[in-house]
Design a protein around this ligand. Sequence first.
Ligand code: SF4
Length: 338
Amino acid sequence: MLKNIFCLHPDELKKSMESLPGYRSKQLLHWLYDKHVFDPQLMSNLPAETRDELSDKLSFFLPQIDLKKTAKDGTTKYRLKLEDESIIEMVLIPDDKKNTLCVSSQVGCTRACNFCATGELGLKRNLQTHEIVAQIMLGSSFCQPNRLTNLVFMGMGEPMDNLDNVLKALSIIQADDTLSFSPRRTTISTCGITDGIIHLADSKIKTKLAVSLNSAIDEKRSKIMPVNEIYPLKELKQALKYYLTKSNFRVTFEYILIPGFNMGDDDISALRSFAGDLSCKLNFIPYNTVPSLPYRSPSEAEIETFLKKAHSLNQAVTLRRSRGAEIFGACGQLAGQR
Ligand code: SF4
């Protein structure tokens, strides 16, 4: 099987195509990453023999759009078919001057958070580096003539369970000759895999980190996130403290608001003791209904009451209205089925 062009860092491309002089590889990268032309035969300033050699030696395969759904606010969910027919989803969220792409890192997920449709699928496989970069390139081309400004690993899968490929993909898109994508505008979201957090802290790749917290009480968190049994809150906090010694970015805690479960006074107190001494911000997200799951979305009054209490915490607090719920493209709803 041919190696896919999107798994190669520019330095590796130069090595794997020794017959390609430096300026030619720059031209190739310009076609791919600036002009979004993905067929070597259309790269008109490359000689015919170079185009043929590229087609012979490398694969330029991109996932196929299997289904596309756009919500009234412009949020678009793309269901993508990979080379082995596996299905993943990515979501493009336009917002004023920002275009945020939510990408997948795995086909399914093994972590089984019970508020999440992806978790119901189980894990089929990890995405390869080129399948992650390809999502970003497709998202980037769909934004044209505007730019893709933000990237979040909050689609299908747990990025820390496929961290090597995620970091390799970031090293490619952060390179000067590709998208030069800013670490400041990139977020990896984890359910709290502490080994991964430490590995990320020690890696050379810079990115923001979000942690899906949802409760700062071990018993409650374990109820909805089985991963908490393996990596309990104390261990998670230690890993985050270590990450913060190595990163210039604050950690974001994602907290899905589920009425009758994690919106009480005891939850606020637990948040205060868990996050009070961390450099972080708290992002509250009203739960989005998943038909097969037993939770409901909070009412506006419930959200308001909770936020009033949350504002007594020391940290920056935001309410994020998750976009794309009507197309099942919002947080926790990606399952490749609708
Ligand atoms: S929330 Fe993330 S980690 Fe949890 S099951 Fe869903 S995709 Fe996996």
